[in-house]
Design a protein around this ligand. Structure first.
Ligand code: NDP
Length: 294
């Protein structure tokens, strides 16, 4: 039996914590497999996916900028991937005739939901505000609507982006009300009627301290009800400025490492058929975050 190969395609990819998380899980369960980061340029994605078939790679995660572009190269899409319109996990399966078929999944949606459930959130009938309308926001909307949220308001600085997200996702979820809102002074009204705030913008990612402070100061966190939960999908650092500000107001907070862990756990289970060793994977993430890849 040969060593199974898994990995992540991204550009850049060196920052990814997924290799540490998955290799720890394989070691824990005694599975003969390795998970590697592959720096795949956007123009090489098609060739790289042909390589998955040609080399017999068993499974791949996709990160920026590949999650949407990969879809055209795959043989099938799971319902979550179809709804989100993006793939973060590919499972390579050999069919009865020996042909390798690439299945596209989206475990980000499940990752958002499981992280919140683990933190004790009761998602059914929740009123949610999602900041941002990119890939992570789409996954959050799909996950939360599937989990029974009553209302999801998407606030994005480009109103057309939020409107498009709503237009595409609302038909999939007739029991949830999905609406767009402007990212401006009117957010205070939207926040005052929210049980859960999800930060899914890249505004604070790699931003300097002044820019981040200005972005956080402009969020009317004080208008959230006292029992609201604030979930920042950004996990570097783990205690982000948004979470610190929410904590200071006495609000419950959930960090972004939970989403990373649970999307990885769902991918691991799709690939191996084994329950993911969550404790070991979480510990590996903590250690990788404390000592990030060079
Ligand atoms: P995208 O690039 O797809 O979307 C980013 C969104 O943020 C866009 O709507 C963008 O708007 C908006 N945005 C950027 N800057 C600002 C700003 N200054 N003010 C308001 N909106 C802004 O990124 P992703 O959705 O993939 O990722 C978003 C965040 O989620 C990232 O920080 C990422 O780290 C995190 N993430 C976490 C994961 C986890 O496992 N915890 C998984 C995936 C992502 P515009 O188009 O106008 O720029």
């Amino acid at each position: 039996m040969t060593t199974q190969v898994f990995g992540i395609f991204g550009w850049p990819v060196g920052h990814s914590l997924s290799p540490a998380m998955h290799n720890a899980a394989f070691a824990e369960l005694g599975i003969d497999a390795r998970y590697l980061p592959f720096a795949v340029r956007p123009e090489h994605l098609k060739d790289a996916l042909c390589g998955v078939r040609a080399l017999g790679i068993s499974g791949i995660n996709l990160t920026l900028p590949h999650k949407q572009r990969a879809i055209a190269e795959l043989d099938s899409l799971s319902p979550d991937a179809a709804a989100v319109g993006a793939v973060n996990t590919i499972a390579a399966r050999t069919d009865a005739t020996g042909v390798i078929r690439l299945e596209g999944h989206n475990t980000d949606a499940n990752g958002v939901v499981e992280a919140l459930r683990e933190a004790g959130a009761e998602l059914r009938n929740m009123r949610v505000v999602v900041l941002g309308a990119g890939g992570a926001a789409r996954a959050a909307v799909v996950g939360l609507a599937t989990a029974g949220a009553a209302q999801i308001t998407v606030a994005a600085r480009q109103s057309a982006q939020a409107a498009e997200l709503v237009h595409q996702l609302q038909p999939h979820f007739p029991t949830a009300v999905v609406v767009a809102a402007p990212f401006d002074g009117t957010l205070s009204t939207v926040f005052s009627a929210a049980d859960l705030l999800i930060h899914a913008t890249s505004a604070t990612l790699a931003a300097d301290a002044t820019t981040t402070a200005a972005f956080v100061a402009a969020l009317p966190l004080h208008c959230l009800p006292k029992n609201a939960i604030v979930n920042d999908l950004v996990y570097t650092p783990r205690q982000t400025s948004i979470l610190l500000a929410a904590n200071a107001l006495g609000l419950r907070t959930v960090d972004g490492l939970g989403m990373l862990l649970h999307q990885g756990a769902a991918a691991f289970e799709l690939w191996t058929g084994h329950p993911a060793p969550l404790r070991v994977m979480r510990q590996a993430l903590f250690e990788a975050l404390a000592h990030p890849p060079a």
